[in-house]
Design a protein around this ligand. Structure first.
Ligand SMILES: Nc1ncnc2c1ncn2[C@@H]1O[C@H](COP(=O)(O)OP(=O)(O)O)[C@@H](O)[C@H]1O
Ligand SMILES: O=P(O)(O)OC[C@H](O)CO
Length: 495
């Protein structure tokens, strides 16, 4: 009998189902994109039924690779785009509104009111987060205020809320389980990361009835049993984790000070801070990295909203390239002295600026600026934004020796070398690119007892390539100063 763990990785633009063997190798992977909806400026939505259909289809497709006589899935782990908010009817199972995606800015007015009411310190203290439309709380509030009869039904206990993990669990267990894990709960702005409980003061402030909220479990836990109609037999769901936390786990960053950065649609840099919540003085987030046996491990996080999405824009918006991988050759043929800066603040700026009114710009254009310079500036913007996070982390006293990287962009070696040059730090690319799925497979496998310990997992991590800085400090400082100037020009309170 061959045993497998199924990771369901539900991301912003696509869903993946990945079967891992019990040595942590990818056996089979199926992926499906789904539609993005932008009904108004600043609005980003998904249809919950599209999310669920894409997950179901990838599960069905990946299971086709297995022989039911010989192969068995022994556990499921779910990892997901975080913060994205769904509210549905407990009886009918129907969502009352589309999923409001993490990138959505519609609640910036409510966020401003909370800031004016001087609630930011309280929120930082309890949740480790800042006031921003990014997190789930103001999105739930918006749904309750704007959908017919929603508030009344929620007060009666007829409506329930979930981030995408919770919604998928509810679907897979045919409505039996309404649960989340501590990492996802820590992104709602309603969860007290110190007490590990929903916070009644914040629930009152955001006007969210406690009855709507899922039970919060450990990251590795008995979440429920997937109905036999999905895999052909019942399978326990033994892990759930937000995708960035799962990537940290998959990169085996188990010790305080270990860091990873994931380059997909956005970029999320996280450093393990052990059993301590680090209160950032530089507008970074403190969050739950994972919770095992009731014991939380924390992380410091810098979230950048646009990374690979800038390359998508160069491809689909400006049509300067046809495929993302063309960017590497173009950058290889461009001098670093091109003088162009692109600030991709399409949906405002995330950490450490948190400026939802900033908008993107390209600076330094001359008559000889061509496609390759603009594309190179797009790639460089991802590295400069990471440098912003590195500086903020350093100012908080956190200095990781090495940055482990993953996500769709890291295949671009020019980008990784420039990242190492700009950071002045070593950058390690792991052999497994699906670190997010791997992380939640590890978490499920720990619960199933097939992986003995964190140490054994850490020993299995392999480096594909290490990038070492190869740029003078003078050049690095000069390039970065140009970036800082450009950012100042796009900030809403800027020049
Ligand atoms: N060779 C490349 N160079 C630069 N960017 C790339 C390259 N290949 C893919 N990308 C970018 O990586 C992103 C996809 O990464 P992925 O981790 O799959 O994203 P997500 O999980 O957020 O949907 C896309 O935004 C794409 O533009
Ligand atoms: O789905 P991704 O990979 O773009 O990740 C989204 C993040 O979880 C948002 O916080």
């Amino acid at each position: 009998m061959n045993n497998y763990i199924l990771s369901i990785d539900q991301g912003t633009t696509s869903s993946r189902s990945v079967l891992f063997d019990l040595d942590g190798n990818i056996a089979y992977l199926e992926q499906q994109e789904f539609e993005q909806h932008f009904p108004k400026d600043g609005y980003v939505e998904h249809k919950p039924e599209d999310i669920w259909a894409s997950v179901q289809q990838t599960i069905t497709a990946v299971m086709k690779h297995l022989d039911p006589q010989r192969d068995k899935v022994i556990a499921i782990g779910i990892t997901n785009q975080r913060e994205t908010t769904i509210v549905w009817d407990k009886i009918t199972g129907e969502p009352i509104y589309n999923a409001i995606v993490w990138q959505d800015r519609r609640t910036s007015e409510l966020c401003n009111r909370l800031r004016v009411a001087e609630k930011e310190d309280l929120i930082i203290k309890k949740t480790g987060l800042l006031i921003d439309p990014y997190f789930s709380a103001t999105k739930i509030n918006w749904i309750l205020e704007n959908c017919p009869n929603a508030r009344e039904k929620a007060e009666k206990g007829d409506l329930i809320f979930g981030t995408v993990d919770t919604y998928l669990l509810w679907k897979l267990t045919s409505g039996k389980e309404h649960r989340t894990d501590a990492t996802n709960a820590s992104r709602t702005m309603l969860f007290n990361i110190h007490t590990q409980e929903w916070d009644s003061e914040l629930l009152e402030l955001l006007d969210v009835p406690v009855k709507m909220l899922p039970e919060v479990m450990d990251t590795s836990d008995d979440f429920g049993i997937a109905d036999e109609r999905y895999l052909g037999y019942e399978v326990p769901i033994l892990a759930m984790a937000g995708d960035q936390q799962a990537a940290l786990f998959g990169q085996t960053c188990f010790q305080s000070g270990m860091a990873k950065s994931t380059y997909g649609t956005g970029c999320f840099m996280m450093v393990n801070t052990g059993d301590k919540v680090l209160e950032s003085k530089n507008r970074l987030l403190s969050t739950v990295a994972y919770r095992l046996n009731g014991k939380p491990t924390y992380a410091l996080e810098g979230s950048i909203f646009i990374a690979g999405a800038a390359i998508q824009w160069l491809r689909d918006g400006l049509q300067l390239i046809q495929k993302a991988d063309e960017t590497e050759l173009l950058a290889n043929n461009t001098s670093l002295d091109h003088g162009i800066y692109m600030v991709p603040a399409f949906t405002g700026l995330g950490a450490p600026y948190w400026d939802s009114d900033a908008r993107g710009a390209i600076f330094g254009l001359t008559r000889d600026t061509g496609i390759k310079e603009i594309v190179t500036a797009g790639l460089q913007s991802v590295c400069f934004q990471t440098k912003d996070l590195q500086k903020a982390m350093e100012a908080d006293g956190v200095r990781p020796q090495v940055l482990k990287v993953d996500g769709g962009m890291v295949i671009n070696s020019w980008l990784m070398q420039f990242l190492s040059d700009v950071l002045g730090a070593e950058v390690d690319r792991s052999t497994i690119s699906e670190t997010t799925a791997l992380g939640v497979a590890y978490l499920a496998g720990l619960k199933a007892g097939v992986f003995p310990s964190l140490e054994s997992l850490a020993a299995s991590w392999n480096c594909d390539r290490r990038f070492v800085p190869n740029m003078t400090k003078l050049k690095r400082d000069e390039l970065y100063a140009g970036w800082c100037n450009s950012v100042k020009k796009v900030q809403s309170g800027g020049e």
